[in-house]
Design a binder for this molecule. Structure first.
Ligand SMILES: *[C@@H]1O[C@H](CO)[C@@H](O)[C@H](O)[C@H]1NC(C)=O
Ligand SMILES: *[C@@H]1O[C@H](CO)[C@@H](O)[C@H](O)[C@H]1NC(C)=O
Ligand SMILES: *[C@@H]1O[C@H](CO)[C@@H](O)[C@H](O)[C@H]1NC(C)=O
Ligand SMILES: *[C@@H]1O[C@H](CO)[C@@H](O)[C@H](O)[C@H]1NC(C)=O
Ligand SMILES: *[C@@H]1O[C@H](CO)[C@@H](O)[C@H](O)[C@H]1NC(C)=O
Ligand SMILES: *[C@@H]1O[C@H](CO)[C@@H](O)[C@H](O)[C@H]1NC(C)=O
Length: 448
């Protein structure tokens, strides 16, 4: 896409957002009417076995969630079955569902099968090979269903981060369809249980940026048909940046790396809002400033922030650890209205993160977009009072009261107050505008 089209596109983002939210297509709404999640939507938490030393499963406040994910196990690159967990982790895996359900029987548990973060290339190559072959797909799918049932899970999730070619994308569609078929078949022979849920953890937008193939889009129709919902990774946008930047802004008028862009791209591609679940990071992004006196957004950095106890990764800091800095007198905190993000600096440390206030605004956006729900990544990073998990659950109940998958009563006017643009629209005017804009959006999509 040329520079001029791009600028044009950027300037349209607020309007496009308005368009998508007021006119989510009739077809999308119909698909929503008879599906998923129940009247209160989903409030999802990902739990990582690596957090068990400071956030054991028994410490999770299950009342704050409808679905809890065990994240994750991976694929075995020799057999293409789900990789058996290590000895340490197999006891955690075995105890996960029973521990959660002993206190809250209605909470559903989901086993996420994903790219192994310690060997991304090998693991993604295995997903790619498996998805391309009918027999191997059968091996993988069957092993996943067996492992889920053997450990009392209610569902399965695919967290392949990320398919990298158009062939991968096509095969992903075939894999999900075959998986759904197997789940239906299995539930028919297993009259004691509900069919397993099937979800996928996907890139923040339906188009993948920065890949060798610049035309890489998800198979949106296959995804919509085969899975219960998609959890989209609407965070972690700027890990490699050499200047300070907010890492998961709701809005960004200068690039497509924002939560709102991602959500709207999926809706515009045709995924019904009731199949979309938006991610909230429970981690912040940290840097050391090159010059302490230059501490705003866009300031030069010297290095990624040091590894913290919980995250065990440079440049990543858990919300609980952010909070420890926030209690210090020498920490200066800024809430950025424009992007809806928060950051602080303390000496030469600079951190952007999602505060309770940011989470509240993001969930207001998710509810107005009529999404199915949200997920928190990962819940072990919250503080011991579950501050962010509580804020999220409360905001969701507050904003999403109107129900899901139906257009809220009252027509489009109520969305106008939504602060994506300072222009104020009347409802008849907005219809004409929507029509005009949709042609522009189509045009822009073709350039894309
Ligand atoms: C998977 O399980 C189904 C049902 O038991 C069976 O028909 C099929 O052959 C299995 N596929 C493989 C590759 O094991
Ligand atoms: C950051 O990296 C870009 C190139 O990726 C470079 O043009 C820019 O000067 C760098 N900025 C700083 C502050 O190092
Ligand atoms: C921290 O990460 C390293 C790899 O970078 C890993 O070897 C180590 O086991 C991790 N430590 C913990 C406590 O998870
Ligand atoms: C930020 O948002 C608040 C309302 O949430 C508003 O009162 C305030 O004027 C805004 N500030 C700026 C600088 O836009
Ligand atoms: C948790 O809540 C208690 C009581 O409100 C408070 O005293 C404590 O400081 C909180 N701890 C954290 C880590 O927020
Ligand atoms: C809404 O956006 C306008 C213009 O960008 C800004 O001045 C105002 O402060 C924003 N209001 C809120 C509530 O964020």
């Amino acid at each position: 896409m040329g520079r001029r089209e791009w600028c044009f596109f950027i300037s349209l983002i607020p309007l496009v957002e308005f368009l998508s939210i007021t006119s989510a297509s009739t077809l999308q709404q119909q698909q929503c009417a008879d599906s998923g999640g129940g009247p209160a939507g989903v409030r999802v938490g990902y739990w990582s076995p690596s957090s068990s030393r400071y956030s054991p499963v028994s410490s999770i406040d299950t009342s704050l969630f409808t679905h809890l994910y065990y994240s994750s196990v991976s694929i075995d690159e020799k057999s293409y079955a789900v990789a058996p967990p290590s000895t340490d982790e197999s006891s955690l895996l075995a105890a996960f569902s029973s521990t959660i359900k002993s206190g809250s029987p209605s909470v559903k548990t989901i086993l996420s099968i994903g790219t192994n973060e310690y060997k991304v290339d090998v693991s993604n190559a295995a997903f790619s090979r498996m998805a391309s072959d009918k027999i191997l797909r059968g091996v993988f799918i069957n092993s996943s269903v067996e492992l889920a049932r053997a450990n009392g899970f209610d569902g399965l999730d695919l967290s392949w981060i990320f398919p990298a070619t158009q062939m991968d994308m096509e095969n992903l569609g075939v894999l999900l369809a075959g998986w759904r078929a197997r789940i239906i078949e299995e539930s028919a022979t297993n009259s004691l249980s509900e069919p397993l849920l099937l979800t996928a953890t996907l890139y923040f937008s339906n188009h993948l940026f920065g890949m060798p193939d610049s035309n890489l889009d998800y198979p949106v129709d296959d995804i919509s048909k085969s899975i219960d919902w998609a959890n989209i990774l609407t965070f972690g946008f700027h890990g490699g940046s050499n200047v300070t930047t907010v890492d998961a802004p709701l809005y960004d008028t200068t690039s497509h790396f924002s939560v709102s862009y991602g959500v709207i791209s999926w809706l515009d591609a045709g995924v019904p809002p009731c199949k979309l679940v938006m991610g909230i990071p429970l981690f912040g992004r940290s840097w050391f400033l090159r010059n302490k006196a230059k501490n705003g957004i866009g300031s030069p950095t010297a290095a990624a922030g040091t590894k913290q106890r919980k995250s065990n990764q440079t440049g990543i800091i858990a919300y609980a650890e952010v909070e420890e800095y926030m209690n210090s007198e020498s920490t200066v905190v800024t809430y950025d209205n424009q992007s809806v993000a928060e950051y602080f600096y303390n000496g030469d440390l600079w951190v952007s993160f999602d505060s309770a206030q940011v989470v509240q605004h993001k969930l207001e956006f998710a509810a107005r977009s009529q999404l199915l729900g949200y997920f928190l990544w990962t819940i072990g990073f919250d503080d011991t009072n579950s501050t962010i998990s509580k804020q999220a659950s409360e905001s969701w109940h507050q904003y999403a009261r109107g129900g899901f998958g139906t257009i809220h009563a009252g027509g489009s006017n109520q969305y106008v107050a939504f602060n994506s643009s300072s222009i104020s629209f009347g409802s008849s005017y907005s219809k004409t505008l929507s029509y005009l804009l949709s042609s522009v959006v189509l045009l822009v999509t073709l350039f894309h």
